[in-house]
Design a protein around this ligand. Structure first.
Ligand code: SF4
Length: 505
């Protein structure tokens, strides 16, 4: 038996941390099916923790405690882990975090955690995923230093399969959905590599040459997942959605062939490509994204810094003026509120701390441009701020490394806080005002008496509801207040009955 152990992955292009289901386990399962391997088990790091650390006993948290996110994402195989691992002749570990984030209802496995948990297993062990280039769960640190001697093979091929092969593997591999209870947001790959960027910190140009999948192959994969019950899709595995040849046609085909999709979102977009589409094609991609994707959609712009000195020193691909213009363009088409309660399509901005030539001026420039975006009446769905993670092979690692990270570290809390207080907070009130209703929010975790819910989406907004709702159900929530990056809400309509009938509430 071959067992895939999904420890979850998070890369600049590609998210595979639940509730998102990454591409790697699906492609690997497809490859194995293609090789004629009939018995392939899909398991998660949560399953392994459940067996090895919890002795297969469900821990029910007390009402005062948080939901345990270390074993939240059990598969249908969780109860049989002992038997599965005994029968396993090859264990394929999928692991690697390159852009550390905060995860609401999952905790990716680290090498440090996984290695001792699998060391005693009598089977061939293969490591694949972004971790073959290093992994780090926390920003501002170097990649994890681990002895990989426990693995029989570090497999680059399973990590970087050619698109001609993925064509069939992606379709076959969607069979693992049968081993996963509940819904996942299916991460879909459209392309890889970066055609213009040489950003000092980024591993993408090191990992992949530029290539795009055929529209027909992408649609076939989505159709197969859809046939198996998936309804939430994120075209997230690419460095820039606008760079994909025939992006408008792709969205139209998905819309037509899978009419009951509940969420169709995109992810990374290069602001420069939004400008090119604006000039050359009369905004055709932006218009089609608004038309065929579902609302609450976000174009995540990797701006990284609005300080020209930092932009130049790190060969970032986007000038502040271009970023601002692209924000305006997306707003002009996507700002209207859609069916799910959020604006249909908004930009998001990524900022990185710790790049070369970063100084106090960098923060001033970031604030000045973000203030301008706000005062011009524009919207940003979210601003992601992270400290750079250093990976070998990148130009930042080779020159400068953590020099600026160390120098400015003591300022980061204030810088981040300024952005949160002065930009994020008023912006969130503009994006989703009090009284607005967010439809289809999924109740994910408890923290004491608060239930945290989110819509399925590319960058869903967290809503705290001051009551313990039954978990893993959908609610429509009325917004009652704003925090810095999240909102508070109360349940509306149909769910009154659930509230009354549930003695735990
Ligand atoms: S634009 Fe920069 S950050 Fe984005 S993928 Fe290309 S090199 Fe990486």
């Amino acid at each position: 038996m071959i067992t895939i152990l999904d420890c979850y992955t998070d890369e600049p292009a590609g998210l595979g941390v639940p509730p998102y289901l990454g591409t790697y386990p699906r492609y690997i399962a497809g490859y194995l099916a293609d090789e004629g391997r009939e018995e392939v088990k899909y398991t998660t790091i949560d399953d392994l923790r459940f067996f090895r650390k919890y002795h297969s006993r469900i821990k029910v948290p007390k009402p005062s405690e948080k939901t345990d996110i270390f074993t939240y994402n059990l598969t249908n195989n969780a109860e049989r882990m002992e038997e599965i691992l005994e029968k396993t002749d090859t264990l394929i570990v999928v692991l690697g975090v390159h852009v550390p984030g905060k995860y609401l209802s999952a905790m990716p496995g680290t090498l440090h955690e996984v290695i001792p948990l699998i060391a005693g297993l009598r089977c061939k062990k293969i490591l694949t995923g972004p971790a073959i280039f290093g992994t780090q769960l926390f920003g501002g640190k170097r990649g994890e230093q681990s002895d990989l001697g426990v693995f029989d093979k570090i497999d680059h091929e399973l990590y970087r399969m050619p698109f001609e092969k993925i064509k069939s593997y992606a379709v076959l591999g969607s069979a693992i959905l049968a081993q996963i209870p509940g819904q996942r947001m299916i991460e879909i790959e459209t392309g890889k590599g970066c055609d213009i960027g040489k950003c000092s910190f980024c591993t993408e140009p090191l990992k992949n040459r530029v290539a795009f999948r055929e529209n027909g192959d992408i649609v076939a994969e989505i159709q197969e997942c859809y046939r198996r019950g998936a309804r939430f899709f994120r075209l997230g595995k690419q460095t820039c959605f606008y760079t994909l040849p025939h992006a408008p046609e792709l969205l139209q085909q998905i819309h037509e062939t899978c009419p009951e999709i509940k969420v169709l979102h995109i992810d990374n977009v290069n602001p420069v490509k939004v400008l090119l589409d604006h000039k050359k094609n009369n905004d055709s991609i932006t218009k089609v994204v608004v038309k065929y994707c579902t609302s609450g959609n976000v174009a995540a712009f990797g701006v990284e810094s609005f300080d020209l000195k930092v932009v130049r020193a790190n060969t970032l691909n986007c000038l502040p003026t271009a970023a601002f213009e692209a924000v305006s363009i997306i707003n002009s088409f996507g700002a209207a509120r859609g069916d799910d309660g959020l604006p249909r399509f908004l930009p998001g901005i990524n900022i990185i701390f710790g790049l070369r030539e970063e100084s106090k001026k960098t923060h001033e420039e970031n604030m000045a441009w973000l203030r301008k975006i706000y005062s011009d009446g524009l919207m940003l769905r979210r601003i992601n701020i992270r400290q750079v993670a250093l990976f070998e092979g990148t130009s930042l690692f080779n020159e400068g490394r953590d020099k600026f990270l160390k120098k400015n570290k003591r300022l980061y809390w204030k810088w981040r806080n300024d952005i949160r207080q002065q930009i994020d907070f008023p912006m969130l009130q503009r994006v989703i005002p009090k009284g607005a209703i967010l439809k289809g929010c999924y109740s994910e975790v408890y923290d004491g008496n608060t239930t945290f819910c989110r819509q399925f989406g590319t960058y869903p907004l967290i809503v705290g509801v001051k009551v313990r709702l039954p978990l893993k159900q959908f609610f429509d929530l009325r917004i009652t207040g704003h925090m810095l990056r999240s909102v508070t809400g109360e349940v509306v309509e149909k769910d009154d009955a659930i509230l009354q009938n549930n003695p735990r509430l």
